[in-house]
Design a protein around this ligand. Structure first.
Ligand code: HEC
Length: 297
């Protein structure tokens, strides 16, 4: 076990931990994306390794985000060979590879984040990489028989996140006991709340249903840990339960090899609760009975 995990509980209160304050998006970026793909996007990977990793290595690895970090999401590998799987394996960092759908993006474009600034050239490289990820991960870009695509991937992402924030209802969090279901979900190193009760590493699992509702409906990054913005079919963008990421983390796939293991079966109680909350929320969306969005587009 790395020191990171031993330190986690003690570090919840300070440092870079849980630093997921929403930052303004510039809104006009046009980089689409999704993490729904199953094969490695070869061109995107090449762009990342050649153009983006050197930037991240110099500016994010130094100080906070190296894989050895004990206090911040460790998404920057020490060498280029494992850099791609390390960065893209953190859903909380790359999300769906759009401006509004990736926590990383607004920190770089426009930035600054923790004193790091990025040149126009660096920003262009990051934007181009994101766009390539989206292209390669898309299953339908709205071609001849693909349906109508009337908004950019970034616009679609911003819209469905915003709508979802108004569709989620506090009464469902309470009735389903969503907070306790996740806070008390076990792992081989204690329940989720032991490390994530305050939202460390981009994931919040807390007993308080009202607090969970407030956080997930006002901070899109915390929302996206549970519900990802799936734009793989650009004619039909939609929020989906983020089982993909929970499975990657719980099964300790790279780069989460040192994460505590936990049950990732879809019939696990917490997963069932997430599916139920999803179904109820989607029901309001379909019926047109959602509330006012709490997260602006
Ligand atoms: C002993 C501390 C500890 C416990 C217990 C723990 N985690 Fe984590 N978790 C971490 C650390 C450290 C990270 C960041 C490094 C990583 O992702 O491997 C993290 C990251 C995550 C992430 C974010 C991954 C991303 O997209 O960047 C998710 C989701 C997550 N944990 C889910 C869970 C769930 C679900 C449970 C309970 C079943 C749980 N964790 C229990 C320490 C813990």
């Amino acid at each position: 076990m790395s020191i990171r995990y031993l330190l986690t509980a003690a570090l919840l209160a300070g440092g870079c931990v849980g630093d997921l304050t929403p930052v303004a998006d510039d809104g006009d970026d046009d980089v689409p994306g999704t993490d729904a793909g199953t094969t490695t996007p070869a061109l995107a990977r090449g762009m990342f390794e050649r153009d983006v990793f050197p930037i991240l290595s110099a500016k994010c690895g130094a100080g906070c985000h190296l894989t050895t970090s004990s206090s911040s999401t460790p998404f920057v590998a020490a060498a280029v060979g494992t850099s791609y799987i390390t960065a893209t394996g953190f859903d909380s960092v790359v999300g769906n590879f759009t401006g509004p759908g990736a926590a990383m993006y607004a920190r770089l474009v426009p930035g600054p984040h923790n004193g790091r600034t990025y040149t126009t050239d660096e920003q262009a490289k990051i934007t181009a990489w994101f766009a390539q990820e989206v292209t390669e991960r898309a299953t339908n870009t709205g071609g001849t028989d693909g349906g109508t695509v009337s908004e950019s991937p970034a616009q679609a992402t911003a819209r469905i996140i915003s709508e979802w924030s108004g569709c989620l209802k506090l009464t469902d969090f309470t009735t389903l006991n969503f907070g306790p279901a996740w806070a008390n979900k076990g792992s081989n190193q204690g329940n989720c709340e032991q490390c994530h009760t305050s939202g460390a590493y981009g994931f919040k699992a807390n007993d308080d249903n009202t607090g969970m509702y407030e956080t997930l409906t006002t901070n899109k990054y915390y929302m996206m840990a549970y519900f990802s913005a799936d734009i793989s079919d650009l004619a039909n963008p939609k929020m989906v339960p983020n089982f993909v990421n929970f499975q990657r983390v719980g099964l300790r796939q790279v780069p989460h090899q040192e994460h505590p293991s936990f049950n990732t079966n879809l019939n696990d109680a917490a997963f069932v609760t997430l599916q139920q909350l999803y179904d109820l929320t989607m029901g309001y969306k379909t019926a047109g009975t959602c509330g006012t969005p709490r997260i602006p587009q």
